[in-house]
Design a protein around this ligand. Sequence first.
Ligand SMILES: [Zn+2]
Length: 347
Amino acid sequence: MMIKKLSILVLLISSNLPSLKAQTQIDEKVILITLDGFRWQELFTGADPLLIRNKEYVDDTTALKASFWRETPRARREALLPFIWTEAVELGELHGNRNRGSKVNLTNTMWFSYPGYNEILTGKADDEHITSNDKIYNPNVTVLEELNNTDTYRGKVAAFGSWDVFPYIINDKRSGIPVNAGFTPANGIDLTQREVFLNKLQQEIPSPWGSVRLDAFTHNYALEYLKKNHPVLTYIAYGETDDFAHDGEYDAYLHAAHTTDAFLKELWEFVQTDGFYKDQTTLIITTDHGRGTQPLETWKSHGSNIPGADETWMIILGSQANSKGEVTSPEQLYTTEVAKRIRKSLK
Ligand SMILES: [Zn+2]
């Protein structure tokens, strides 16, 4: 009797294996998120002691210190990025704290945005063709396009960005991937009430910059799309941190990082309450480049002439993360790892 039951069970399991495997593969989802030019220094140690009290870069140093100054780097980073340092740290891997030997670097030699995003999205530097931030359609195929070209993932990839160069980086023309970036409104016949309202506000609220919109638009357009269309691979590119840094506004830079941390929390909470995404979704969060530290004013800048602007970081949390928390042992990773992790999670 027992043997019979067992053999039926074995038969059932083995006959189900191929379909189970296929099911598992499509079940995994990835949301890739970038914070443009956000330094590892603030991610791992919070507000910079020299910048937070510098009247050249901060309007109201007393107010900023009340928000983000604490005595220890550990308390400072938690005040700045509460979701990352109280929740995400329990859910995955945090790479790039150079004070503890964990290093993540760019492999391209440009150290500015288009080359950085190209490296993140393709898994390879291209110093021959990607040498400016000009609106040139990317000759390289991103991991987004690669997956969108397969039968399994076609139509299940989407991208949102604050910077208006993303349609070119992702080559929306060739790849067919919907890219809502710059000042593009939500399009389609089935717009939600929120999307209609966001389209209205986007026209009414002026952006401080000509080619970058405020991140609240990018975030909420992405969130509405996730709820409505359930893409398997989504890319969300926030931009404020870089632009406020170029403007030399350290207070706005910190507030932008703090708000983006709240966006991450909102995304994660949505993922974990949505039947399609829950327990099957990985968030990969990174940056396109670092910024300077010495001399002090180079915090505003980046590029191959700014030492340290190739220093990046990477956070992986959710279903495909190795639960390590903050990596505190020596390692050398590269930004090229991001595309590899996406391929590994979805193939
Ligand atoms: Zn920049």
